[in-house]
Write a protein that binds this ligand. Structure first.
Ligand code: UDX
Length: 446
């Protein structure tokens, strides 16, 4: 099938490449000419395992094209994906200006009926706004052409996006039109084999499904972080509690890992956006607000531990930091807990010696060159001459360090672990002071 994808960001690029891989003829349109030219040379704007060869292979096979020519893009696909960003505006609501600009572009150039698919994460009611926008432009042009607007949210996880897209656990389609449903079934048929993954519903329910999924996951995390904070005060070990509750299949083991708070491009933004959506319809989303508040506090926790360990005397202290990205297998530092920690350490006069397997360039881009941040080439180099070690991200490379080496390098043998990677008893045996999240021993409580 002929498909056009507007927006070659994270979601658009992965979806386009995966559709091309199964044989669809995909044109990607973006207003960023540099990005388009780079993609033609297989220079990918993001770090995502498996994406570069996928893009390269399909570009060379001619099934995946990149262009800034919107008119060409609109002519090409019967199906037009909108996969542009919906950043939060000043009050935290999702900003729809880019989505509506694409809708306008499609309406301006279309000469045949189109199925317009909202792939971006958009608030409930956006499909209606897209419809109204397209209808208005068509009316201005004085042409009568049929179009449908479908909601088809994505559920990709950064670091596993290609696999998630190739083997989705569900494909949510919001439409009231049986003809559109049939076309979407044809599009996704290669991903819907062996058992039914397609869940078809009305447009508004599909739009809310995306937010409900992310908010549920964020709620699980904040709940566990609250339990961890309690465990710390009560002398219990949250890791034991986690296993104890996860064994109940109604609760399950997924997404109940306590830590230094959730970050990334989705959870913080989506929880905030749903709070705003709720408030706009006169509902007070008490639970969602608490989920946000708990997470906000949790991101302070690592700093609170360091601050308490050094009795507030952080001026001139050197802190080794392992992990800058908001989670492993990505270089994304959006809303990463590491940023809250670093910024607080700097404000207190400390120096950070950081290492991350992928996010060093991103850290350089965000913070530039500053005297109180040293980006080190290895995790061992980050330890040299440091007063303490803080772990922010659970990269595999950090899971089994040589603790003798860690101890040797640190001026004060202490590890503050935001991801509960290590066994407290083992570290005690090494003579290293250890503070995890909710592990029954605390230097700081919040
Ligand atoms: C998330 C959703 O999982 C995905 O379905 C949606 O489409 C986009 O948002 P992503 O942001 O890539 O994906 O990351 P995810 O792996 O879900 O982790 C989000 C955050 O939660 C990370 O900061 C992670 O460290 C944290 N987390 C996750 C926990 O603190 N504990 C857990 O048990 C799981």
């Amino acid at each position: 099938m002929k498909v056009t994808v507007f927006g070659i960001g994270y979601v658009g690029l992965v979806q386009a490449a995966v559709l091309a891989e199964v044989g669809h003829d995909v044109v990607c349109v973006d207003i960023n000419a540099e990005r388009v030219e780079n993609l033609k040379k297989s220079i990918i704007p993001i770090y995502e395992p498996g994406l570069t060869p996928l893009v390269q292979r399909n570009y060379e096979a001619g099934r995946l094209q990149f262009t800034t020519d919107a008119a060409h893009g609109v002519q090409h696909g019967r199906i037009q994906f909108i996969a542009v960003g919906t950043p939060p505006d000043e009050d935290g609501s999702a900003d729809l200006q880019y989505v509506l600009a694409v809708a306008k572009t499609i309406a301006t150039y279309m000469e045949s009926p189109k199925i317009i698919v909202d792939k971006s994460t958009v608030p409930v009611g956006t499909a209606d706004k897209v419809s109204a926008c397209v209808a208005a432009v068509l009316a201005e042009r004085g042409v009568e052409l049929g179009f449908d607007v479908v909601s088809n949210p994505e559920f990709l996880k950064e670091g596993a996006a290609v696999a998630d897209c190739q083997r989705p656990d569900r494909i949510v389609i919001g439409t009231d039109s049986p003809a559109v449903e049939e076309k979407m079934r044809e599009l996704y048929a290669p991903f819907n084999r062996n058992h039914e993954r397609m869940i078809v519903m009305d447009v508004r329910s599909a739009e809310l499904t995306k937010y409900a999924a992310n908010c549920m996951l964020a709620t699980k995390i904040s709940f566990m972080n609250e339990m961890a904070n309690l465990a710390e005060l009560l002398g219990a070990d949250i890791e034991k509690v986690r296993q104890g509750i996860g064994s109940d299949p109604r609760i399950g083991y997924h997404f109940i890992y306590p830590g230094c708070g959730y970050g990334g491009s989705c959870f913080p933004k989506d929880v905030q956006a749903l709070v705003k959506t709720a408030e706009k319809v006169g509902y007070v989303p008490a639970l969602l607000k608490s989920v946000e508040q708990v997470n906000y506090r949790q991101k302070d926790k690592l700093f609170a531990h360091v601050h308490a360990y050094f009795d507030g005397d952080l001026a001139g202290k050197r802190i080794a930091l392992w992990g800058l990205s908001f989670k492993p297998n990505t270089d994304d530092m959006r809303d990463a807990p590491s940023r809250v920690l670093m910024e607080k350490l700097w404000a207190a006069g400390a120096v950070v010696q950081a290492f991350d397997p992928e996010a060093m360039n991103e850290a350089q881009r965000i913070y530039g060159t500053r005297a109180d941040l040293s980006l080190m080439g290895t995790k061992e180099a980050a330890l040299r001459g440091a007063d303490a070690l803080v772990v922010c991200t659970e990269w595999n490379a950090f899971k089994a360090p040589d603790f003798e080496v860690v101890k040797e390098h640190l001026k004060h043998p202490v590890i503050i672990d935001g991801r509960n990677l290590y066994d407290p008893d083992m570290l005690e045996a090494y003579g290293i002071a250890y503070y995890g999240i909710g592990r029954g021993r605390s230097v700081a409580t919040s």
